[in-house]
Design a protein around this ligand. Structure first.
Ligand code: SF4
Length: 92
C-alpha cells in the first residue's frame, strides 16, 4: 500500500473569501477532525476559506507570524506541533 499523497490546494483562492471560523465543529459542540483535512479541521488556528466557485481551503493563521507553518498546509495534516484544539461552540 502506497502512502497517501497530500491534496493540492490553490493558494490564490482565499484572497477574496470570508473565513468561516468554527465551521467544522460537531453539532454537540465538540471538534471534528476530518480524515480529509486532518488536524487543521479542529485547530483553533485554522480559517476555513471558501472561494466564489465553492472550493474550500484551510489557511493556517500561524503562518502569518511563524515561517515554519505554511499558509495552506498540504492536506491531510496528520501531525503538527502547533495544533491547539478549538473551543467548542457555545451551547444554548
Ligand atoms: S497550527 Fe497546524 S494544525 Fe493548526 S491550522 Fe496550522 S497547520 Fe493546521
Amino acid at each position: 500500500m502506497s502512502p497517501r499523497k497530500p491534496r493540492e490546494i490553490d493558494p490564490e483562492a482565499g484572497a477574496e473569501a470570508e473565513p468561516e471560523a468554527g465551521a467544522d465543529a460537531e453539532p454537540d459542540g465538540g471538534p471534528r477532525i476530518s480524515p480529509d483535512v486532518g488536524l487543521c479541521s479542529a485547530c483553533t488556528f485554522v480559517r476555513r476559506v471558501e472561494s466564489r466557485r465553492g472550493s474550500v481551503f484551510y489557511r493556517c493563521e500561524r503562518s502569518a507570524e511563524d515561517p515554519r507553518y505554511p499558509k495552506y498546509p498540504p492536506l491531510p495534516v496528520l501531525t503538527c506541533p502547533g495544533f491547539v484544539v478549538m473551543d467548542p461552540a457555545p451551547r444554548p
